[in-house]
Design a protein around this ligand. Structure first.
Ligand SMILES: Cc1ncc(COP(=O)(O)O)c(C=O)c1O
Length: 366
């Protein structure tokens, strides 16, 4: 028998596949249920803008052609939206791909990538896949990126720093003024990624982060998967220095964003009113869920994303019981947070089902 692990690149041994939220159909099958609600992947439960759906329908007839390899229209729309040059925009198969491309372009064997212990897990996976060394900085308060400690962790081998703001799964946020003072402490030749996958949920509170791009080496990544409701299309982007974008482009697959995704993203971007209305719906429901968690004694911390955090010493039992009742939460053991569950904010009806299930099971948990 051939030992293929021995043949694979050395970093394979330490890698493990990303664990996504449980698939709804799988839970229905496993539990013999007729109805289930997935609150595990921070999607937009309302779906995308009707304009994006119309664009997808129109684009469907052209899928026998390859997409525009440079995603010209999408990059132009994003450049115009952010008042930057098209050359400063990187697009990817979800912002996940953009993050991986950035890390792969700038870090390899012998290089260090700094991220927070409970920061978004893809930074660690992408670092390991690139053969680079991850430097894990614990959160000062258990939840929030410790920016001072991250700045202190920089050494001659450091190439990249990754910050999720707001962070998934902890939901914490640093405002622009704090980010600026962090950047001011750093060497100028580092790639600093500020991952703003949940930007739309904190736009007013965060401040104008795009102006931070004056800092050399700064990258801001965003996605169409969350507020814009296009998670299934897989389209995300980053804004940075044109020279950095050009280097990343060398690692990119030629047709990494599908024609459907490109057109849907342009249409979604142009329907700002729709996105704002859905974000307002989500924030109102998040407030309601956090208040309910408080009454159950399960509230962990304020979230700035489209999800809430539940904390209990028997979080795993709560997760199992929620699943028995057709609710899929996200356990956070992979983030060294076994006492926590992350619950994505659903529609009013979905959240009611979650709260009813929680209320029912709490007697058996206490
Ligand atoms: C903080 C953060 N960054 C990036 C992503 C990747 O999202 P996508 O690849 O769908 O753009 C996610 C997804 O959950 C996330 O939570």
């Amino acid at each position: 028998m051939i030992d293929w692990m021995e043949k694979a690149v050395p970093q394979t041994a330490a890698l493990y596949p990303y664990v996504p939220g449980k698939v709804l159909e799988q839970l229905l099958r496993e539990k013999g249920l007729t109805r289930a609600v997935k609150l595990a992947s921070n999607e937009n439960p309302y779906g995308p803008s009707p304009k994006a759906i119309a664009a997808l329908q129109q684009a469907a007839v052209g899928v026998h052609r390859y997409p525009d390899a440079d995603a010209t229209e999408l990059k132009e729309a994003l450049a115009c939206f952010h008042q930057l040059d098209k050359e400063q925009v990187i697009v990817g198969n979800g912002s996940n791909e953009v993050l991986e491309l950035l890390i792969r372009t700038f870090a390899g064997h012998g290089d260090e990538v700094i991220y927070s212990q409970r920061g978004f897990i893809v930074y660690s996976l992408a670092t390991q896949a690139a053969g680079a060394t991850g430097v894990v900085v614990p959160e000062a308060d258990g939840l929030s990126h410790d920016l001072d400690a991250m700045a202190k962790a920089v050494n001659a081998a450091t190439k990249v720093i990754c910050i999720a703001n707001p962070n998934n799964p902890t939901g914490t946020l640093h405002r622009v003024a704090r980010l600026q003072s962090f950047l001011d402490q750093l060497r100028r030749d580092l790639l600093v990624i500020i991952d703003e996958a949940y930007y739309e949920f904190v736009a007013a509170e965060l401040g104008d982060s795009v102006r931070l791009l004056k800092h050399p080496g700064l990258v801001i990544s965003r996605t169409f998967s969350k507020a814009y409701g296009l998670a299934g299309c897989r389209v995300g982007y980053a804004l940075t220095d044109a020279a950095i974008a050009a280097l990343v482009n060398r690692f990119r697959e030629p047709f990494n964003v599908s024609s459907l995704a490109q057109l849907a993203a342009v249409a979604a971007l142009q329907d700002g009113a729709w996105v704002q209305a859905r974000v307002a719906d989500c924030v109102a429901e998040r407030t309601r869920l956090e208040a309910a968690l408080q009454t159950f004694g399960l509230y962990a911390a304020k979230s700035n994303g489209n999800f809430v955090l539940l904390r209990h010493s028997r979080a795993a039992a709560i997760a199992a019981q929620l699943e028995n009742r057709g609710i899929i939460p996200r356990p956070l053991a992979p983030y060294t947070m076994p006492d926590y569950l992350r619950i994505s904010v659903g529609t009013v009806e979905e959240n009611n089902l979650f709260l009813a299930a929680l209320s029912e099971l709490m007697d058996s948990i206490r």
